[in-house]
Design a protein around this ligand. Structure first.
Ligand code: AN7
Length: 348
C-alpha cells in the first residue's frame, strides 16, 4: 500500500507515539526528466511535480503534519489565511481529522479550482476584502483570541513536513542536484527545502547543499527588492504576497547555499507555463512556472552554467487555475458541425 509522508519519513519528523498518522498518501511525487527544455537550456533538467499531491499542491506535505500535531494537541478547530492552496489542503486534512476548518481568502483573488476545493472539503470559507497579508494578520489574531490552531507556515510543523520534498529529490537522484529552483511567495517552502537539505547533510545522506534559487513575480517581489510590497499584483495569484513571513529564513537559505532571488514578469511566467505544457506535457499553475521563467531569464543573461543538474519545483497543478491558461494563452478553434469544416482545419 502507498504510504503518506508521516510513515515514509517517520524517523526524520517530530512525531510521538500519540501523533495520529493522518494520510491522504501525500508525497512520493514524480521527478520528471525534462529532456526537450533541458536540451534548449543546456542543463540536465528535472521537474518535481508536486501538483500530483492529493489536493494538487505541495502544501499537503506540511499540512498532514500540522493537522496531525493539532489533533495530538487537542485542537478543536483549524484556521488559516491563504492565496488558495493552503486553504484547499487545510480543508482536506481538516476533513480527514474530523475537525472544523476556517479559511480566510483574499476576496476575488483566488483561482476557482482552489476555492471549489475549500468549499467541497467542507471548510468555512471567509472572503476578506483585502490581500493575503492582511488576511494572515486576521488569522493570527483569531488563533490568539479564540485558540484555533493556526496552520499557516508560522506553524513550524508545516515547514517541517515540507522538507520531505527535498528528501525525495535527493533519494531519487542518489545525490543532491546542483540547483533547485522554486517559486517564492510567503517564502516558507524555500526555507523548508534548506532545512531539509541541511538535515540530510548532517545525516551524510548528501555531501553538499544545492544552490537554492527563489523566483518571484515582478509585481510581488519583496525578496528581490529588499523591501516589503504593500499592494502585490500578479497573474500568479498563489504568490501574490508582499510581506513574506519567512523572509529572514529564506534570505539565510539563499546565502547559505550561494543561491539568489530573481523576479520575472507575468508574461514570462505565462510563456513558461505554455512551454512546460506544450514541450514536456506538464500542466502546472502559473506560480509553479516562475522557476522555469527564471531559468530562461538566466540563460538569456548568460549566467546559467552549462551541463549542471537542475530541479524545478512544480508546486501546484495547472488544473487549479484553468482560467489563467484559457484566457491568456489558448483558444479553441470553433467550427460548424460538418466534415467539410473539420477537414479544413486538419493537416492533409
Ligand atoms: C503553487 O496557499 O501562500 O513561498 O496560501 O500555492 O512557501 O509561500 C501558496 C504559496 C508557490 C509559494 N507555489 O510558496 C497559500 C500560499 C504555489 C503556491 C507558493 C505557493 P511559499
Amino acid at each position: 500500500m502507498r504510504k503518506g509522508i508521516l510513515t515514509t519519513y517517520e524517523t526524520l519528523l517530530p512525531l510521538t507515539e500519540r501523533t495520529p498518522r493522518l494520510s491522504l498518501c501525500e508525497g512520493n511525487t514524480p521527478l520528471v526528466s525534462l529532456k526537450r527544455l533541458g536540451r534548449e537550456l543546456g542543463v540536465d533538467l528535472y521537474g518535481k511535480f508536486d501538483g500530483l499531491n492529493p489536493t494538487g499542491s505541495f502544501k499537503d506535505r506540511g499540512m498532514v503534519l500540522a493537522v496531525s500535531k493539532a489533533v495530538e494537541e487537542g485542537a478543536k478547530a483549524l484556521i488559516c489565511a491563504s492565496t488558495g492552496n493552503t486553504s484547499a489542503s487545510a480543508a482536506a486534512y481538516g476533513a480527514v481529522a474530523g475537525i472544523p476548518c476556517y479559511v480566510l481568502l483574499p476576496a476575488g483573488k483566488v483561482a476557482l479550482g482552489k476555492l471549489a476545493q475549500a468549499l467541497i472539503y467542507g471548510a468555512k470559507v471567509i472572503a476578506v476584502r483585502g490581500n493575503f497579508d492582511s488576511a494572515l494578520e486576521m488569522a493570527r489574531q483569531a488563533s490568539a483570541e479564540r485558540g484555533l490552531a493556526m496552520v499557516n507556515s508560522v506553524n513550524p510543523y508545516r515547514l517541517y513536513g515540507q522538507r520531505s520534498a527535498s528528501w525525495e529529490i535527493c533519494d531519487e537522484l542518489g545525490a543532491a542536484p546542483d540547483w533547485i529552483v522554486l517559486p517564492v511567495g510567503n517564502a516558507g517552502n524555500i526555507s523548508a527545502y534548506c532545512a531539509g537539505l541541511e538535515q540530510y547533510k548532517e545525516l551524510s545522506r548528501i555531501s553538499r547543499l544545492p544552490r537554492l534559487v527563489g523566483v518571484q513575480a515582478e509585481g510581488a517581489a519583496p525578496m528581490v527588492r529588499g523591501v516589503f510590497v504593500d499592494e502585490p499584483e500578479t497573474v500568479a495569484t498563489a504568490i501574490r504576497i508582499g510581506h513574506p513571513v519567512s523572509a529572514d529564513k529564506a534570505r539565510r537559505a539563499v546565502e547559505l547555499t550561494g543561491g539568489e532571488f530573481l523576479a520575472v514578469s507575468d508574461d514570462e511566467i505565462l510563456q513558461a507555463q505554455k512551454r512546460l505544457a506544450s514541450q514536456e506535457g506538464l500542466f502546472a499553475e502559473p506560480a509553479s512556472c516562475a522557476p522555469l521563467a527564471g531559468l530562461v531569464r538566466l540563460k538569456e543573461m548568460g549566467t546559467l552554467p552549462k551541463g549542471i543538474r537542475v530541479v524545478l519545483v512544480l508546486t501546484g497543478n495547472g488544473l487549479k487555475d484553468p482560467d489563467a491558461a484559457v484566457q491568456t494563452i489558448a483558444r479553441p478553434i470553433e467550427i460548424d458541425s460538418s466534415w467539410d469544416a473539420l477537414s479544413e482545419v486538419l493537416p492533409l
